[in-house]
Design a protein around this ligand. Structure first.
Ligand SMILES: [Fe+2]
Ligand SMILES: [Fe+2]
Length: 170
């Protein structure tokens, strides 16, 4: 049984993934513009934005496969005037954002159990795993940024190494 409640929850989530994708895109563009020498960081953020778009697609395809219709796309996702005082602030925001997404995934898992929709419960496990990885990764990046923020040589190395920090889950 693919209930209305579950469909609404999943549609909300696909919009959250789209929102994450747009947010990381805006962050990537900010870094590329304001810190042009740090292309490792901007590339990482552009890639992360693509990943979030894939998370959205996965939800759309699932909803449609179950006989629903993924028709609810973002009402307003115009992210503009993005500005950060520091890279630390940017990555802090990214980490906080991922924690909010994790809470939303957890609520959806809870809803799938209430509705006894075990297909959706099973589908959502991929997102649960994903959030464990993403929270750990963004927390690690944040702590490294705090370490090197005011050290140009350290930042240079961090920018070089960030391309190796991947989630790589399909
Ligand atoms: Fe995501
Ligand atoms: Fe994410």
């Amino acid at each position: 049984m693919f209930s209305e409640k579950i469909q609404i929850g999943l549609k909300k989530q696909l919009n959250r993934e789209l929102e994450s994708s747009q947010l990381y895109l805006s962050m990537a563009s900010w870094v590329e513009c304001k810190h042009e020498s740090l292309e490792g960081i901007s590339n990482f953020l552009y890639d992360h934005s693509d990943e979030e778009r894939k998370h959205m697609l996965k939800l759309i395809r699932y909803i449609n496969k179950r006989g629903g219709y993924a028709d609810a796309f973002m009402e307003k996702t115009i992210i503009e005037n993005v500005s950060y005082n520091s890279l630390k602030e940017l990555f802090q925001k990214l980490f906080e954002h991922e924690k909010i997404i994790s809470e939303e995934i957890n609520s959806l898992v809870e809803l799938s159990l209430q509705e006894r929709d075990y297909f959706t419960y099973n589908f959502l496990q991929w997102y649960v795993e994903e959030q464990i990885e993403e929270e750990a990764l963004t927390k690690m990046i944040l702590s490294k940024i705090k370490l090197v923020e005011k050290d140009k040589a350290g930042l240079y190395l961090f920018d070089r190494d960030i391309k190796n920090f991947h989630l790589n889950r399909e």
